[in-house]
Design a protein around this ligand. Structure first.
Ligand code: FES
Length: 136
């Protein structure tokens, strides 16, 4: 390979790199990740969540939780606090969802018990089909 061919190849490689560095972010902006996943159902096994316990899942790119509430059954809630968006944690002993940021407290239906959250947690449609729990 002579010098001229080498420089042409190098310029082609640089041009391709520059083009990709502009096109890729633009494509990601126009079709955000998970855009196609919106509305997809999440299926988990009932046996994964014994009574009184919970499992973290992701529904439509939203961090969420499925709780097996004794004497009520399963409920699926967003973990995103409605105050400023911190992720709430399930407290099995207190039977509450606690926000670590500003001490917001929700009951197991997602309703605000105390603290600054202005509205309840988002609730997801959930269906129990045999051994499966279908969320979303
Ligand atoms: S972000 Fe949850 S209480 Fe403020």
């Amino acid at each position: 390979m002579n010098r001229r061919r080498f420089l042409i190849s190098l310029l082609g490689l640089l041009g391709t790199t520059v083009l990709v560095s502009f096109v890729y972010p633009l494509a990601r902006f126009l079709a955000p990740p998970g855009g196609e996943a919106k509305g997809k159902k999440v299926v988990i096994k009932r046996s994964e969540i014994p009574a009184g316990s919970a499992k973290d899942i992701v529904v439509d790119n939203i961090p969420s939780i499925v709780i097996n509430v004794p004497d009520r059954g399963f409920i699926a809630l967003s973990r995103v606090c409605t105050h400023l968006g911190c992720l709430v944690e399930y407290d099995k002993i207190k039977k509450r969802l606690l926000c670590p940021c500003h001490a917001g407290i929700y009951d197991l239906e997602g309703k605000v018990v105390s603290g600054p959250p202005p509205k309840p947690l988002q609730k997801f449609v959930l269906m129990v089909a045999g051994e499966d729990i279908v969320i979303g």
